[in-house]
Design a protein around this ligand. Structure first.
Ligand code: DI6
Ligand code: FE
Length: 397
């Protein structure tokens, strides 16, 4: 079956409104028409009545550290006893704890341990996922992580976008020598990973406990020379001005942003840089300061929402929960949260031509939910109302 019509849907439209009584025509793997009055040409295509259910594009998780060794349950307990994320990082735990566990794991083990987390996301209708390196911090393990991420996309029906995050932390063997680490390990490994076709984007962690804006600029110079798009973890724990710097350099997205200066929102807007909100990390670290949502909204910055699925600061494998948290903790509207995991997440990954909207030319990869509105999708906690994933090439029931 390569042609089909879906009728009587509550259609999530590219302008973030719901079109009642909507219809969609799918041909092969693409959407070919969207509207209310079915044109004559489609009248005899096989059709399915969706009974007023909400129909959205497949979801996109645009910021994850899905591939990693081990877990950080002990760190969870230490935080319950009063230690902060930065205290734990300075004492050699945190990200560096996961670096040790990841270096000790084989590629097969990394793939095997990532699959259950990936499957949890897929069960909620995720079709595209970004996966970072950044827990190797040496040549071999960074390359192994990127190969493991690549394999995930061959084992499951998901498109994997791979980000090189060699500038995630300074490894113990380079403690206090961040620039030497960049020169001797991080940048050469990025070039090698690119030469092996293992990298789609370049990411870094700009923070007092990680890399300075000047060091991140050196990473971005290398990315530019390779023709790779850039993104940045910035303003998560303090304001170093990393987000505005990245935006001025054409970053697709900047992520976390709890400490973003309201005056930097305009810089993101004029650069077309997406603000990726990660409420799971805010929740897990019990941060008190939400990102400046009003300023981002007023400036017209596109806001994406993601799990930040990682073993430490955001041990979360539910994008629906991230949407709920974005509303409850950051005061996004349900429509903004849904845009955050569809159109704006696609923009953050440079995939807007194919994913993130129900519009002609987009991939026919749609989700039918047993709810009627974005608010009904987002307000429950720990509940997955996905009813049917509809591909252009799947048969009409
Ligand atoms: N910020 C994060 O939220 C992740 N990395 C980063 O720079 C979490 C990393 C971790 O805690 O393992
Ligand atoms: Fe992260």
């Amino acid at each position: 079956m390569t042609q089909r019509i879906l009728t009587n849907a509550n259609l999530w439209m590219p302008d973030h409104r719901v079109l009642a009584g909507g219809a969609v025509a799918l041909e092969h793997d693409r959407i070919c028409w969207v509207g209310q009055q079915l044109p004559e040409a489609y009248r005899d295509w096989p059709s399915q009545d969706l009974g007023g259910d909400l129909l959205t594009p497949a979801l996109i998780d645009c910021h994850t550290h899905l591939v990693h060794g081990g877990h950080r349950a002990r760190e969870f307990e230490l935080r319950l006893e009063g230690a902060s994320y930065a205290d734990i990082a300075r004492a050699g735990g945190g990200i560096l704890g996961t670096v040790n566990a990841t270096r000790a794991a084989s590629e097969d083990e990394l793939v095997e341990s990532a699959l259950p987390r990936l499957d949890a996301l897929l069960a909620e209708g995720v079709a595209v996922i970004e996966v970072k390196s950044g827990y190797g911090l040496d040549r071999d393990t960074e390359l192994t992580m990127l190969r493991a991420a690549t394999r995930l996309g061959t084992l499951r029906p998901v498109r994997v976008v791979r980000s090189f995050l060699g500038a995630h932390a300074i490894p113990p063997e380079y403690a206090g020598r961040a620039d030497a680490y960049l020169d001797s390990v991080c940048l050469p490994t990025l070039r090698e990973a690119h030469a092996q076709g293992l990298v789609d984007m370049v990411d870094g962690f700009c923070e007092g406990i990680a890399f300075s804006p000047a060091q991140i600029e050196r990473l971005f110079d290398c990315a530019d020379a390779l023709g790779l798009p850039i993104k940045l973890h910035a303003e998560q724990l303090s304001d170093l001005g990393g987000a505005a710097m990245a935006a001025r350099r054409g970053a697709r997205s900047v992520e976390h942003l709890e400490y973003l200066a309201t005056t930097d929102a305009g810089t993101l807007a004029s650069a077309g840089t997406v603000a990726v909100l990660l409420p799971g990390a805010y929740y897990a670290l019990r941060e008190q300061r939400p990102p400046p949502i009003d300023a981002l909204r007023a400036a017209g910055v596109a806001m994406a929402v993601s799990t930040d699925c990682n073993p430490g600061s955001s041990p979360m494998s539910s994008l629906l929960l991230a949407m709920n948290m974005a509303c409850t903790l950051f005061r996004l509207t349900p429509s903004e949260a849904l845009a955050g995991v569809t159109g704006h997440a696609a923009q953050a990954l440079g995939l807007s031509a194919d994913y993130g909207a129900i519009a002609p030319g987009q991939r026919a990869d749609l989700l039918r939910w047993a709810v009627q509105t974005p608010a009904e999708l987002v307000y429950r906690i720990g509940f997955n109302p996905l009813k049917q994933r509809i591909h252009g090439t799947s048969p009409c029931p």
